[in-house]
Each structure stands twice: as C-alpha cells, then as structure tokens.
Design a protein around this ligand. Structure first.
Ligand code: MG
Length: 203
C-alpha cells in the first residue's frame, strides 16, 4: 500500500505557512514504513528539533483505479478516518528554501499515525464532516470537510491521472490551520464529530 498526502488544501493553513494557493492539488507520498497504527506512541526522532502535528481526514481506497472520472470517484473509497501528517518542519523549511523534495521531512518512520476508520456510509454528507485535534486537553485544530479547496472526489480523480490507486491505499486530504510543534510528554487526540478515533502519545 501507499500513503498519498495532499498539501495546501485549506485556505487558512496556506496563509499560516505563507504558501501560494494551488490551482491543482499538490500531493506527495509517504512510504508504508511511516504508518503508525493501534494508537502506538510516537518517539521523537533525533534528526529534527521541530516535529509538527497536522490533523487530516484520511480516506481508504477500496478498488484499483486509473484515470478515474470525478463523477465515479466516490465509488473508489469506502472508509474515512483521521491521521496525523507528522512533519519535520525544520527540515521541510530547508528543503523548500533549496527547492528540494520534502521526503525526509514527511516520510520518516512513524510519520503517519492513523486511527480507527469508519464506513463512509456513517456520514450522511461527505462535504460536511467536522473533525478536530486535541493537544493535552485543548483543541488546537478544528475544521470541516466543506472547507477543503479540493474535495475527496477532486483529489481521487486528479491523483489517479498520474498514479494508479490500489485497494488499501490511504489518502491524507490536507490539514487545516493551527499546526504546531510537539514535545515529549504531549498527548494528541483526533476526533471526527464527537468520536475519538486516534490517540498518540509523544515519547
Ligand atoms: Mg499535511
């Protein structure tokens, strides 16, 4: 399986990082070794002094697809959950300045914790899903899927033009504003609506 992440998909987050607004989805990959499951703790790596949390809605691909038309895109995912796109912001800033790829800032081991998934049928309207992230008991990120610049269907259609999607692939659909650093001892908890689907302790 592969993990595909969308960058710059919420206007407020684009502003906070002073990034340009994209005209097509910006995406990048994380390797399968970045997956962190079952609420396991995250150990801060020695190569970064600034690991940021980014809470994101994550969709799970349920069949193989290539060149998927937008009107059929909704049939290619069947589950929705939340994940954390852990980012070594210090390394990412260096990469950006040098015009280099982001991989070391985004694709390191355990940089993609994902929580429990819910069936898509659980959600009456996919363009109206509230989600939020709690850091040590305080809400730090909060958004709704309607705020996404590119919808789930836009993203699936666009990516599949370049890369074949396969069953089990995960797509992180971008983070809203409020990203920030983690430190040892922090607890992150991600929710969809009122349901906690992910917990991650920072060690
Ligand atoms: Mg992200």
């Amino acid at each position: 399986m592969k993990i595909i992440c969308i960058g710059r998909n919420y206007a407020e987050h684009i502003k906070e990082l002073s990034s340009p607004v994209p005209s097509t989805p910006v995406f990048f990959l994380k390797p399968d070794t970045s997956l962190l499951i079952r609420n396991r703790p995250f150990y801060l790596p020695d190569f970064s002094k600034e690991i940021h949390y980014e809470v994101e809605l994550v969709i799970k691909i349920c069949k193989v697809g290539k060149n998927i038309q937008k009107k059929y895109a909704h049939t290619y995912f069947d589950e929705i959950g939340v994940g954390l796109d852990f980012t070594a912001r210090d390394l990412q800033n260096i990469s950006k300045q040098q015009g280099l790829p982001w991989l070391i800032a985004k694709g390191f081991d355990n940089a993609a914790p994902v929580g429990k998934f819910l069936p898509k049928t659980h959600f009456p309207i996919l363009e109206n899903i509230n989600f939020h992230l709690v850091l040590n008991g305080t809400i730090v990120q909060q958004a709704n899927s309607k705020d996404m610049i590119f919808s789930f269907d836009d993203i699936i259609s666009y990516i599949s033009h370049f890369i074949t999607l396969k069953t089990g692939d995960l797509i992180f659909t971008g983070t809203p504003s409020g990203v920030g650093p983690v430190k040892q001892g922090d607890r992150l908890e991600a929710y969809i609506e009122k349901e906690r689907l992910l917990k991650c302790d920072i060690k």
